[in-house]
Design a binder for this molecule. Sequence first.
Ligand code: FAS
Ligand code: PHB
Length: 390
Amino acid sequence: MTTQVCIIGAGPSGLLLGQLLNDIGVETIILERASLDHVLSRVRAGVLEQGAIGLLEQAGIGGRMHAEGLVHEGFAITREDDVHRIDLSGLTGGKCVTVYGQTEVTRDLVDRRAETGGVTLYEVETVELHAFDSDKPHVTCRIDGQEVRINCRFIAGCDGFHGASRRAVPEDAIRTFEKVYPFGWLGILSDVPPVSHELIYASHSRGFALCSMRSKSRSRYYIQCNAGDSIEAWSDNQFWTELRRRLPPEIAEAVTTGPSFEKSIAPLRSFVAEPMRFGNLFLVGDAAHIVPPTGAKGLNLAASDVHYLFEGLRGHFLEHDDTLLEAYSKRALDRVWKAVRFSWWMTTMLHRFPDQAPFEARILETELAFTLGSEAAKTALAENYVGLPY
Ligand code: FAS
Ligand code: PHB
C-alpha cells in the first residue's frame, strides 16, 4: 500500500490531522491498534479551547459540537468553604471554553472520515516504523494475520503516550522530561444533573475534587486519590461521600448522587519529549507530551500540534515550501511547555501532596490565596485556561 501521510493512531490527534489533510486532497491512511468500539468507549477530556473549536469547525464537525456543547464563561475555585469565581470572559476580553466530551469529538471525527472516504484500519497489530530518517519511510504491521507494508512520504505518530512512534526513535536522538505526581484522579460519569452550570475546582485539606459535566443531565466528577488506589476500593457511596466532604456545605448539599456507569483512575504526570520531529516522523499529541488534567490542556495541546503540523504539510504538498514543516517542532514545543507549566502550576496549587514539608504546604496555600485575591494573577490564570494563542 502507498499513501502520502501514514498516521499511527485514531485518537483525536490522528483523526483530526487525517481530516484536515483529506480535505485539501492529501492522502492518508490511519492505523489504529484498538477496535472502533474501544476507541469510542474511552472517556477522557471535557473542555475545549476556542482554538480547538476552530480546528474542529475547519474539519467539518462543528454542527453537533455547537448544538450540544456548553459554552462556559467562567468556573469556580473553592478553598475549603470559600467559593471564588474565575470570570474567564471578563478577564480575557470575552474568551470562553466549551464543554464537549472527547468521546463526542472522536465520534464526530470518525463519522466525518467515513463520510469523506478516509481509510482507517482498526485492530492493527505490531505496527513498526521504518526508514523515517530517509525520504522513503514506510510502516509495517499485521492486519487479519497478514503482513502489510505502507510506503509513505511522512509518518505522523499520533499513537499516544504508550504508542510505537516515540519508542521507534533512537534513544540518543530524543530527550525526555518527566514529573510523576504522587496521586491520581478517580473519575465517574453519572446520569444526574451537574451540581452547578459551571465547573468547580475544589482545593481542600482532604484533597482535590472537580465537579464537571458532559451535558445538563450527565455529570463528570473527580476526586484526588492515592496513586496506588484501585476502582474496586471505591464504591459509589464512598465516592459521593468523599466528594461532598471536599466541597463547601451549600454545594455539597446540592450534589445529586446516582449510580456511576463509568469509573476510572488516571495517573497524573507531566511529560515532554524533545524534539517532536525525527526526519520524516512527526510526534503529535500525547505521543509527545502528557499533562495532568487539572488545566484541561491534554486534548487542546493535541489540537494545536495538529494545527502546526497541518500547516507544515500543507506547505509541503500544496506550495512545495517546507518552511513551516521545518518549524513544526519549535512552534509546537513553545506552546506545549507553556501548557505544561500551567498544568503543573494548577495541579501543585490545588492538590494536597502526601508527606509534604510544612513550609512547602504553607507556600502552596499562600499561592492559592494570593491568586484568588489578585486581578492580575486571576487574569494570567484565565488567559492560560481559555488557551494561549496558536
Ligand atoms: P490518544 O491516546 O487519545 O490516542 C492515541 C491512539 O493511538 C489510541 O486510539 C490508541 O489506541 C492508538 N495506539 C496506541 N498505540 C498504537 C500502536 N502501536 N499502533 C496503532 N495505534 C496505536 N485531557 C484533558 O484535557 N482532560 C482530561 O480530563 C483528560 N483525562 C484523561 C484521562 C486518561 C485516562 C487519559 C489517558 C488521558 C486524559 N486526558 C485528558 C488527555 C487526553 O484527552 C489526551 O490529551 C488526548 O487523548 C490526546 O489525544 P491523542 O494524542 O490522539 O492520543
Ligand atoms: C472533564 O470534564 O473531564 C474535565 C474538565 C476539566 C478538567 C479536567 C477534566 O480540568
